[in-house]
Design a protein. Structure first.
Length: 141
């Protein structure tokens, strides 16, 4: 707890609030697109295997240019289509693990090439491994 009466702690408090405001969406959210075109694109992006279904082909299918799709997607979700796809897959894997699936199975079902690839992406996004995440969650109950 920071004491607002202390000038240094008050400044730290203001800095923390400002930084948290710039952080963007928390990692456990997946902002959804809102327009018909970007919703259709999101469905295609979600179904595409990693590294396939490039943005140009998705844009062509939904009837707009790739750069326009990227701008609209970012404006509506705050994420690039590629980052959105990865976040969707990470969350799908997280849900599968939470329901009892092994990491290897969850990683494959979520579209990752291996459990190691899923764990590395999970660590990069969430700051911990799936095993540590669930261990902390279990201990806090």
């Amino acid at each position: 707890m920071l004491d607002e009466r202390n000038e240094t702690e008050a400044a730290m408090s203001r800095l923390l609030v400002a930084e948290l405001g710039l952080a963007g969406p928390p990692p456990f959210t997946l902002p959804q697109p809102t327009s018909e075109v970007t919703v259709r694109a999101a469905r295609l992006i979600t179904c595409a295997a990693p590294g396939t279904g490039n943005l140009a082909s998705v844009a062509r299918i939904v009837g707009i240019g790739a750069r326009t799709l990227e701008r609209r997607f970012r404006a509506e979700t705050g994420l690039t289509p590629g980052r959105w796809q990865q976040q969707a897959r990470l969350l799908k894997g997280l849900e599968l693990i939470a329901s009892g699936a092994q990491v290897k199975t969850a990683a494959a079902d979520a579209g990752f090439a291996s459990a190691s690839a899923y764990i590395a992406a999970f660590r990069q996004s969430f700051g911990t491994t799936p095993a540590r995440y669930f261990k902390v969650q279990a201990s806090s109950l």
